[in-house]
Design a binder for this molecule. Structure first.
Ligand SMILES: *Cc1c(COP(=O)(O)O)cnc(C)c1O
Length: 464
């Protein structure tokens, strides 16, 4: 299995090089050269198996240089940090309505499912090669904590995490800034998430700098993040009757990584009916699906900050597929985006996208009303991101159709203010985090400036 760039102008790499490099050198994203196909019998055989076993079966074909036994032991180590034995259990809300709970990992968001495995994979490959890397990550709140939790203390890695100052929740910030490890460096950037992401991308596009500090990416532009997320679509769908019946998913979406993993599962043969792109009022993807043009507007902060995004990096991977893997079309679209903040998707491509994806934009009121309604009817607290997903699911639900699974992407205690406002009850943190507000914070405030950030990274590496 080899990997190609969506822009067609970067070296073709194997799994391990893609793992360590993140963004392709032509600015594109890596995708597998082909999608490995699984049969109905393969999926039927995965139904009811432990999460780790399914994960091993899904990951192995994508990483041919790593033995199945090594994959299995990394998967076991990655998911041993989860507090629920099923790792990603399903909860039933109504006859045909389910939540897939992806928040039982160490930092209470779905990012842990990919990041814990990524930590294992980095450690394995860097040890084998005797190399060191510098991870630089932008976070809208949840990626940073998950990455720090996965990479803190690893000998072969320095990790620098940029979060938008004042725009992440106190719990999210403290999960990043209270980790005591000399290889962890937190930056509070004066800007929004898109500014953080733009600086990280610019560092990758400065090839001298990139080579000098051996930059690696763990944002969802890293293919292995997507790969790890394919697994829970498979466990959920097979639990609900796949391959014998179709299942739909509603996915609270920001950078399009999580939902793209659902698309990959479908391309591998999992019978997914619709993938619903759930957005909050930062609705670029809903507008794109409805109107066929991707047009960047301003970001408005909401109570679901991990979705307060306008530039949705992983959408490029879908565009590459929708254009029949014609990299010149992707290059043209991304060029137009840089020049004018917008690109149009031609007809066969947008029709292809619409055959796999639906979408809905959920207002702040609907998000709060959904948290309230679920609490009133079931006594269950859900977080604002999950509420956006559930509201979108309900908007688009076909009552006679496939079971609809909403991805519950964060634990309610991660967003206590919004949850308390909607339900009147303060959600409590799980036991391993009850002293979070007593721990000491470490971070550096920085301006939105590429050169200063590059100096900061080089200083930290020199000191390590
Ligand atoms: C990151 C995140 C999202 C968005 O996921 P993408 O893969 O960026 O689309 C949604 N909800 C929560 C809680 C998140 O942390």
């Amino acid at each position: 299995m080899r990997y190609v760039s969506t822009r067609g102008d970067a070296p073709i790499l194997d799994f391990e090089d893609v793992l360590l490099s993140g963004l392709a050198r032509d600015g594109g994203l890596y995708v597998p050269e082909t999608w490995p196909a699984l049969s109905s019998a393969d999926f039927a055989d995965m139904a009811g198996r432990p999460y780790t076993e399914v994960a091993t079966r899904i990951v192995t074909p994508f990483a041919p240089s790593i033995s199945q036994a090594d994959v299995a032991s990394m998967v076991d180590a990655a998911y041993s940090t989860f507090s629920h034995p099923a790792v990603a259990p399903l909860a039933q809300l109504d006859a045909n309505e389910f939540l897939l709970e992806l928040f039982h990992g160490p930092t209470l968001a779905f990012k842990d499912l990919a990041m814990q495995l990524l930590g294992q994979l980095f450690s394995h490959v860097l040890t084998k090669r005797g190399e060191k890397v510098t991870i630089v990550a932008a976070t809208s709140g949840d990626t940073g904590g998950a990455a720090i939790e996965a990479f803190a203390g690893l000998e072969a890695v320095n990790i620098v995490v940029l979060h938008p100052k004042g725009r992440v929740s106190d719990v999210q910030r403290r999960q990043m800034t209270t980790v005591q490890a000399s290889n962890v460096h937190n930056v509070a950037l004066d800007g929004n998430f898109d500014d953080c992401q733009a600086i990280v991308k610019a560092m990758f596009n400065d090839l001298d700098f990139r080579d000098r500090v051996k930059l690696a990416a763990v944002n969802s532009i890293n293919w292995s993040r997507i790969l790890a997320q394919v697994v829970y679509y498979v466990t959920a769908a097979t639990t609900l009757g796949a391959p014998h019946r179709k299942v739909s998913f509603s996915v609270p979406t920001g950078n399009f990584g999580d939902i793209f993993a659902g698309y990959v599962a479908k391309r591998m043969g999992l019978p997914i009916d619709k993938l619903i792109v759930a957005t909050n009022i930062n609705d670029i993807l809903d507008r794109t699906l409805k109107m066929g043009s991707y047009t960047v507007e301003g970001v408005t902060p909401t109570d679901a900050p991990s979705m307060d995004i306008q530039v949705s990096s992983n959408f490029e991977r879908l565009l590459f597929e929708a254009y029949g893997r014609d990299a010149s079309k992707v290059r043209a679209a991304m060029g137009a985006l840089t020049q004018s903040g917008s690109f149009t998707i031609d007809d066969p491509a947008i029709s292809a996208i619409r055959s796999d994806f639906g979408s809905a934009r959920v207002s702040n009121d609907a998000m709060h009303a959904t948290m309230q309604q679920v609490f009133k009817s079931l006594g269950m607290q859900i977080d604002p991101h999950t509420a956006v997903g559930l509201a979108a699911a309900r908007d688009t639900l076909d009552p006679t159709g496939a079971p609809m699974v909403t991805l519950a992407t964060a634990h309610p205690a991660k967003f206590p203010a919004a949850v308390e406002k909607a339900t009147g009850q303060h959600p409590s943190l799980p036991p391993h985090l009850t002293d979070l507000f007593d721990r000491e914070e470490h971070m550096t405030a920085m301006p939105n400036d590429l050169r200063e950030m590059q100096r900061f990274v080089e200083e930290k590496i020199a000191a390590s």
